[in-house]
Design a protein around this ligand. Structure first.
Ligand SMILES: [Zn+2]
Length: 370
């Protein structure tokens, strides 16, 4: 849009009310509430504005089943202006994902699956020949502006008989390409005590609040030594809620022991979007409100923290001259039942609802969802 568009009376996380003027896709002006001028406006009274939300773990490749979805269904329609596909594609299909993203309104980045087949099958690391190192290097060279890291899903159903070997290969590929790893954790083997020591500074462990046997907390809810050591080394903790990877009990234990998330992500795809337990980014964020984290901490996890990890600080701030990527949302008082991946429920009295986004300068109103 070339005309001036004003988001009026929107509230920053600090509570300060402002107007934001958008012109030629950029933030043209930030004024006191009521003072911005433009041909079109959206009345944001009562709504918060943050920089556009970033979801660090999604599955945005619709061809793959079950772990796939349409980009904008899990992006802008959810209030998320930037998604990071978490290894849906390996070398064989990354070009197709990049092509699809050029036609979407949501900004798309990706972790490249170290298995060339990606999530064509859900045991993508069960055969070592699928880890084709030369293909990984070629993809990274060709799509270096989209690929932000390498993905390795290190749990029993994915690695089959290969135990820790795929993670060792991932580690070597990380060294060669200079890209950090996102490592999914789950059921053993391999044992979590073998997995975590291989992670280094800047690597991401996703599903860190999973409630499976092989999780990062002991029977009393105390963080395992391998977790506290990893945090010490600078390993980044990502939620990756997913169908099977978020437990309220574990999350409550983590909170008691001050093991906070760096980023909150959904691990969303068609099935868990439509049927739960994920539904939407707002629903996942509401679970963290229910756990007792502040709205500021929660929003930082999908804005500044993610933007910093990506080395794209402009995605985590609201600043004149930047391309406008913004999320508009409200806090709604309404008793709501929230369900985790184990079928455990909590009742909350406040939920986050998305009202709209500005994605690369374009305003899109969002329907309200659970
Ligand atoms: Zn995933």
């Amino acid at each position: 849009m070339n005309e001036r568009f004003v988001l009026r009376y929107v509230k920053l996380m600090s509570g300060q009310e402002i107007d934001i003027v958008i012109e030629n896709k950029k933030i043209a002006e930030i004024t006191k509430a009521g003072e911005g001028s433009g041909q079109q406006e959206w009345n944001g009274s009562g709504a918060y504005v943050s920089s556009g939300w970033i979801d660090m773990h999604v599955h945005a490749f619709p061809d793959f089943d079950p772990y796939g979805d349409e980009i904008d269904e899990i992006g802008v329609k959810q209030g998320v202006t930037t998604i990071v596909d978490a290894g849906s594609c390996g070398a064989d299909r990354i070009a197709d994902l990049v092509y699809d993203s050029s036609r979407a309104k949501t900004n798309v980045l990706a972790f490249l699956n170290i298995s060339r087949i990606g999530l064509l099958r859900i045991d993508e690391l069960s055969r070592l020949e699928w880890m084709d190192r030369e293909k990984v290097r070629q993809s990274v060279r060709a799509y270096g502006d989209v690929i932000v890291g390498l993905k390795a899903r290190i749990s029993r159903s994915v690695v089959g008989e290969n135990q820790i070997e795929p993670l060792c290969i991932a580690r070597e590929l990380s060294r060669e390409t200079g890209l950090p790893l996102m490592v999914h954790i789950g059921s053993a083997p391999p044992d979590i005590r073998e997995v975590m020591p291989l992670l280094e500074r800047k690597d991401i462990v996703t599903h860190y609040l999973n409630g499976k046997e092989n999780n990062l907390f002991d029977a009393d809810g105390k963080p395992q030594q391998v977790l506290t050591d990893a945090i010490e080394r600078g390993v980044h903790l990502d939620v990756g809620h997913g169908t099977a990877s978020f437990s309220f009990k574990v999350a409550e234990a983590a909170k008691r022991h001050n093991i906070a998330f760096n980023t909150i992500s959904t691990d969303i795809y068609r099935g868990n979007r439509l049927n739960g337990p994920v539904y939407s980014m707002a629903s996942v964020l509401s679970k963290f409100l229910c756990l007792g984290y502040s709205l500021e901490e929660i929003i930082a996890a999908v804005t500044t923290h993610a933007a910093d990890w990506l080395g794209k600080p402009e995605l985590g701030r609201i600043q004149v001259g930047d391309i406008a990527n913004l999320t508009l949302f409200t806090l709604h008082n309404e008793p709501t039942v929230l369900t985790d991946s184990e079928g455990e429920q909590r009742v909350t009295d406040r939920v986050i609802q998305v009202k709209g986004v500005v994605a690369s300068g374009e305003f899109i109103e969002c329907e309200i969802r659970a």
